[in-house]
Design a protein around this ligand. Structure first.
Ligand code: GRF
Length: 206
């Protein structure tokens, strides 16, 4: 049974979708070992409590990044997590934290990276006038929104869209993409070649 740790700061819809897919077997042989928020008022923490999961608030306000990250790592280690999923975690991770879990931290970003990294990616894409946007699940490395890509889903921008309707359709795809990526990582049938994640198959599957 693989243990997933979730880090979040907000409403937690991606976390909720992951929890649903763990419960219904779409992410097999896994459990959510702990949900950690840096904000006490995060909706995701309330959802975690409703689901009866281990929910921890480790406040970051006014705390030095390294000190906060050490507390987060201690909580993740205490729960022996195999995989960490950032799900709307509005903090930059220190290089030290990233190094504790090499290729074991995933993030979801609401654009087709490398386009529109950073905050408000959906609005950035909409204002730029792209005809296609989407979402990306990627490994976390020491640069923002940068690590090797696991899954991307494209979303067509409609003439009738505004930034909110576009963001809502991207979010639907996020909820699908994140679970696909988690399943892939937990199955372990891939290798990372440079930046490229390539699926590997056993002779039996060919
Ligand atoms: C999502 O758009 C995700 O791509 C971004 O932060 C948002 C989190 O939303 N990293 P939610 O808290 O999962 O609903």
């Amino acid at each position: 049974m693989k243990k997933i740790g979730i880090l979040l700061s907000g409403r937690g819809s991606n976390f909720a979708a992951i929890a649903r897919n763990v419960a219904n077997g779409q992410i097999p042989d896994a459990c959510i070992a702990v949900v950690i928020s840096n904000r006490p008022d995060a909706g995701g923490i309330a959802i975690a409590k409703e689901l009866g999961l281990n929910a921890r608030v480790i406040p970051s306000k006014g705390v030095a990044r390294e000190v906060h990250d050490r507390a987060v790592v201690a909580a993740l280690q205490e729960h022996k997590v195999d995989l960490i999923c950032l799900a709307g975690y509005m903090r930059l991770l220190s290089p030290w934290l990233v190094q504790q879990f090499p290729q074991r931290i995933l993030n979801i970003h609401p654009s087709l990276l490398p386009a529109f990294p950073g905050l408000e990616a959906q609005q950035q894409a909409f204002a730029y006038g792209v005809k296609v946007s989407g979402c990306t699940v990627h490994f976390v490395d020491e640069e923002l929104d940068h690590g090797a890509i696991l899954v991307q889903k494209a979303v067509t921008v409609l003439d009738t869209d505004d930034e909110h309707t576009l963001a809502a359709r991207i979010l639907e795809q996020e909820h699908i993409a994140y679970s696909e990526a988690i399943r892939m990582v937990l199955e372990g049938k891939y290798e990372v070649v440079g930046r490229r994640l390539v699926r590997t198959v056993t002779a039996k599957e060919v």
